[in-house]
Design a protein. Sequence first.
Length: 95
Amino acid sequence: MRKLRVLIALLVLPTLIFAQSTTAKLAGVVTDADGNALVGANVVVEGTNLGAATDELGRYYIGVPVGNYTVRAEHSYYSTVIKSGVKTSGGSTTT
């Protein structure tokens, strides 16, 4: 039984470590020029099917694979903002 537990640990642990190092999180707040939160703005990672709508405080959180991205924020009453060169690192949050 002990050998089985060790074997399972050896098989699962590298998978958990690998998973943590290949995923990251994009997070931020979408506001207008006066600093007011924009509720319901759409934040999209271009070239993927990843995105989120902002909450009542203008915040968004998007889980992404590690990499470099272009992020687009849109709201029906405001101009679209695009930010290129957003780089994410494994296991961390990029704002």
